[in-house]
Each structure stands twice: as structure tokens, then as C-alpha cells.
Design a protein around this ligand. Structure first.
Ligand code: SAM
Length: 336
């Protein structure tokens, strides 16, 4: 991972971008194009986008083989920025053609140049968004906070034409709940999408439909690359820009017109967030087709090995649980 030169100009750029992104979290108006020049995109690509790359890797790891079997080669990178989403798929040889769309002309051009430098010959900066994505996949990454409801509605209508949609967002409560709403809308439209991730069911999302989950949100944590812990540059980035480099929370939605081959076990629980450990027990939240989103307790004495595994489970773990009669405690279980 190459690090940018540590100059006052770099920090000024990154601090400006950070304040733009923070302001977006609470804004309901569409974002103006905020990239000022190529150096903005370069600075973003070497810093913020490296956190986002780790989130894409966490999403792609468990579905890579199935995506390869699907054989979708061309992908629209919508709101591409510096094209980190295309980059991660290209790196895994899952992408041969990238259509780059961003309302910033600077971003489209930067993204196409960057992908070509990485060795992708077929990277096309689009002059306008397409009305159909038929035969292709669509990549969406950290764009939800930047669109007006009208733009979002138009985008959701067009996503129905895609073969696959892979959508990764920041794991904040508001953004994640918006993504859950988008999921429900896309499924209600009956375009024939199958849910690949993260839900182990295709009923409406419990985070939205269960009133007691109003304060909760569907999110996971990606593993931070080693450099984030080892390098002085990344420590300075974290301090100046105010981001925690250990926690890489994300939300995700993967839909495809083809069902997953190793279809997800209908009895599986998707572990949401991270379990919290206390003396002698842990609490976790999981999502399940019949039970919805619920909190469970696992006393350590029930199964010490399971307790240990669930104290720090791999990202986006699926588990099977046997529950007590009240459905509050886990009495047996295993990680899938
Ligand atoms: C936070 S950046 C994320 C960039 C990239 N997808 C990533 O994950 O690193 C959001 C991008 O969406 C673009 N964008 C915002 N609103 C848009 C819109 N209405 N149409 C197209 N692009 C938009 C911005 O210009 C910006 O490049």
C-alpha cells in the first residue's frame, strides 16, 4: 500500500474531504460535486479508499467463488469516486470491463486512468448514466448519503435491470438503515433478485419492521490491513482526520438474478455487529428467517469452545443455534 507524502497540503485536503463526508451524514439534500482536482482524488484513493477497500475485501471473500461461477464480466461502478470498488473486483479477476459513472467528471476521468494504470484495458468513463444495466453487474460504494430521495428512486428503478448488485456502505446507524430500506424496496419490486448477502432470508428486514429494533442497525466489521497499525502515516491520518483505523464498520447488500449455488441454510443465524463479552456470558444479536433480529445470551458454561469462538467470530459469521424455551438463551450451537 503506497503512502502519500506527508505534507501540510495533503492534510488540508484530507481534512476538507472529511468535513464534506461528515456533513453528508446528516444532510438530506443532494451532494454538490466536491472533488476540486486530481490531487483530491489521489489523496482520497491513498487514504479513505484504503479503508473502503478492506470493507470490499470482507464482502467479496465469502462470495468470490460464486461470483466467478456467475461469469458477469462487465460492471457499472456507480458514484465511482476513485474506483475502489472496480479495483477490488479487478484484483480478483472478477471484472474485465468497468463502466465508470460519477456526477463529477474529474472522478470519472481519474477512475478510468487509475484502472488502466492497474492493468485494466477496458475502463470507460461514461458521459451519462445508462438507463439499463442489462447483462452487467452494478457496484455501489458509499453513495447513499449523497443522493436526494428522487435520485435514489430513479437509481433503484434502474437497478432492476442488473444481473448482480453489490452495495457496500459505511456501517453507521443511519446509512445502514437506509440500505435496509433500499433492500426492502428492491425485493418488493419483484425483479427476480435473490438475496446473497447478508440476510439468511428474504422476508422484510427486521431492523425496519420490528419496532424494538429502531435503535439498531445491520452492520459488520472488516479486518484492518496490518499497515494501519504499523505505520506512522496511518497513525497521523487517524489522529488528524478523526477516524478509528481499528474499527472498519460496514453495511452490505448483495443481490443477484441467479440464486447462490450453496444456498444459505434457512436455519442459519447471521451474527450482526460484534458479540459483547461479560464475566461468564456473552450477548449477541443475530438475524434469522423465523425469529427476526433478536438478542441472545450464551452462558460460558454451556459450551466453552463455542463461547470462545463467538467472543471474536470471523466477519459476517453464520451460526446455527438451539435456543431455550423462552428463546433468550443459546443452549447449543456452532459457527458455520
Ligand atoms: C464518498 S464518495 C465514494 C466513492 C467510491 N464509490 C468509494 O467507495 O470510494 C461518493 C461518490 O459519489 C459521487 N456522487 C454523489 N452523488 C452522485 C450522483 N447523484 N450521481 C453520481 N455520482 C454521485 C461523488 O462525486 C463521489 O465520487
Amino acid at each position: 500500500m503506497s503512502e502519500p507524502d506527508d505534507t501540510p497540503e495533503l492534510w488540508a485536503r484530507l481534512e476538507r474531504l472529511r468535513s464534506v463526508f461528515l456533513a453528508r451524514e446528516s444532510s438530506t439534500t443532494p451532494a454538490p460535486a466536491y472533488w476540486k482536482d486530481d490531487a483530491d482524488l489521489e489523496a482520497y484513493d491513498q487514504t479513505f479508499a484504503r479503508r473502503i477497500a478492506a470493507k470490499w475485501d470482507a464482502v467479496l471473500d465469502p462470495i468470490e467463488d460464486e461470483l466467478r461461477r456467475l461469469g458477469v464480466k462487465s460492471w457499472f461502478d456507480w458514484g465511482c469516486g476513485s474506483a475502489v470498488a472496480s479495483e477490488r473486483l479487478f484484483e480478483r479477476q472478477l471484472l474485465e470491463k468497468s463502466f465508470l459513472w460519477d456526477h463529477s467528471q474529474l472522478a470519472r476521468a481519474y477512475a478510468a486512468r487509475k484502472l488502466k494504470t492497474l492493468g485494466l484495458n477496458d475502463a470507460e468513463a461514461l458521459d451519462r448514466d445508462r438507463v439499463s444495466y442489462a447483462g452487467s453487474g452494478v457496484l455501489l460504494s458509499h453513495v447513499l448519503n449523497e443522493m436526494s430521495p428522487g435520485e435514489m428512486g430513479r437509481l433503484l428503478d434502474r437497478l432492476g435491470t442488473a444481473e448482480v448488485v453489490i452495495w457496500v456502505e459505511a456501517g453507521s446507524r443511519l446509512t445502514s438503515r437506509k440500505l435496509s430500506e433500499c433492500r426492502n424496496i428492491l425485493l418488493r419490486k419483484n425483479w427476480g433478485f435473490h438475496l446473497w448477502s447478508p440476510c439468511p432470508h428474504s422476508a422484510a428486514c427486521g431492523m425496519i419492521t420490528q419496532p424494538e429494533r429502531e435503535q439498531d442497525w445491520c452492520h459488520f466489521f472488516a479486518t484492518a490491513p496490518g499497515e494501519f497499525h504499523q505505520s506512522g502515516f496511518w497513525r497521523e491520518f487517524s489522529r488528524r482526520v478523526g477516524v478509528d483505523l481499528r474499527a472498519l464498520p460496514f453495511s452490505v447488500l448483495v443481490l443477484a438474478k441467479t440464486p447462490r449455488t450453496g444456498s444459505v441454510d434457512a436455519e442459519a443465524h447471521r451474527i450482526v455487529g460484534t458479540p459483547r463479552t461479560y464475566k461468564g456470558y456473552l450477548k449477541l444479536q443475530s438475524c434469522h428467517g423465523r425469529e427476526g433480529v433478536q438478542e441472545y445470551i450464551l452462558p460460558q458454561r454451556v459450551d466453552k469452545k463455542l463461547f470462545k469462538k463467538l467472543s471474536d467470530p470471523p466477519t459476517m459469521s453464520l451460526a446455527s443455534f438451539k435456543l431455550d424455551e423462552e428463546k433468550k438463551k443459546i443452549v447449543a450451537g456452532e459457527l458455520k
